[in-house]
Design a protein around this ligand. Sequence first.
Ligand code: GDP
Length: 466
Amino acid sequence: PSLEYELTRRRVQTNVAEIWNYFSSELGKIRKSLGTGNSDLEESIQQVLLQGAEHKRSLLSDMEQLRRVDGYEAWRHKEATELSDLVQRRLHHLQNPSDCANARKLVCKLNKGCGYGCQLHHVVYCFIVAYATERTLILKSRGWRYHKGGWEEVFRPVSNSCHDAGTANAYNWPGKPNTQVLVLPIIDSLMPRPPYLPLAVPEDLAPRLKRLHGDPIVWWVGQFLKYLLRPQTSTRDFLNSGMRNLGWQRPIVGVHVRRTDKVGTEAAFHGIEEYMTHVEDYYRTLEINGTSVVRRIFLASDDARVIEEARKKYPQYRIVGDPEVARMAAVSTRYTDTALNGIILDIHLLSMSDYLVCTFSSQVCRVAYEIMQTMYPNAADRFKSLDDIYYYGGQNPHNRRAVIAHKPRSHEDLQLKVGDLVSVAGNHWDGNSKGKNTRTNQGGLFPSFKVVDKVETAKLPVYSGV
Ligand code: GDP
């Protein structure tokens, strides 16, 4: 397929969701503003909302069908496999230098003082820098807060042959070009910042990625996780038995409800009903042509009460989830081996779900979404986040390009000219996004459909011969 065809097809799909976000939110506001004595009008609005929602689901279902029958699906699968194999071969090559003693190395310490998802993102960032500087990643993980024995007891070592930094002096970033062993700080303290940090993808792969994938950076991050999270045998056995015990079956929607220490500090509280609205919408879309499926959800949380509450309130759903795992995820028991098993299993199952409903403010769900990209040619649309759009902690500005001009509707709005670059802060999921026009330096709201993502690229080694 041509690049234009794939971009347009995916844009239509995204904007079907956007136009419905807009109409349903506006109608909802009008309905709310009605005083008493308006019950006829209220009823009419309710009918429009119901009809409109069904119409939207039908359109989305047709877009899925279009993808399946347009004749390019075999190409998408083949291209995804080839691209992934290529990147995995490059990582394998990078991590297994023929002469370890003299190889250039990048030292990364796993023990960033944060949760598992945050730590994984820290390692991925290190790995991206390693890839970009052609240095073998040395992961220091002894005394890991989640597992004292270190990373290698849980996942396969990041190298088969090159495990430590050796005897050469280690220098802090940025070092000198001939520095053999370089130590990397956390992304927030990195100075100077190289151009290849997220959201950039490698220039040599970008043309293929843009055609294949709806959000290339998520695919790119997913490839590093694919390499990093190759399980040790014991971890693999544990994951398999975990799936058996839970009675894992698809289709299933993965729901992640992040509570405890996150709520009120880094994220807002969202009731289970809000998540379930989107789960129901997903299943109704799946069932639009009259087929009926068992409605399963996989529910992961750091608050066990959420699972109990959902089971009570939604008996018509088969709710897969283990309250015991959620109990261990509480702050007091979080950094233990049992809790580590729990979070590994939860992220694994979220990533294997057909669709994700969660808050992207949580790194748990972002990691699951990133891994999910390794399971499909393009899983960019297989999520509903109740808050943030996708981001990578410490990322460079997220730019979108205006393809339709915008005249401000109120003082809250941005003005857009075709071609303007907007640095986006978020999507309000009501048809509007928030951002800053980089041409005028003005911040404000604009209709989400008037922009398209600008895929950032960086010149990186091409690993010729690999
Ligand atoms: P964030 O704080 O949500 O952005 O994500 P982090 O991964 O950095 O830290 C949260 C930590 O809380 C996780 O790593 C887990 O240890 C724990 N946690 C949060 N949600 C869940 C969950 O759904 N299941 C399990 N097992 N643990 C969770």
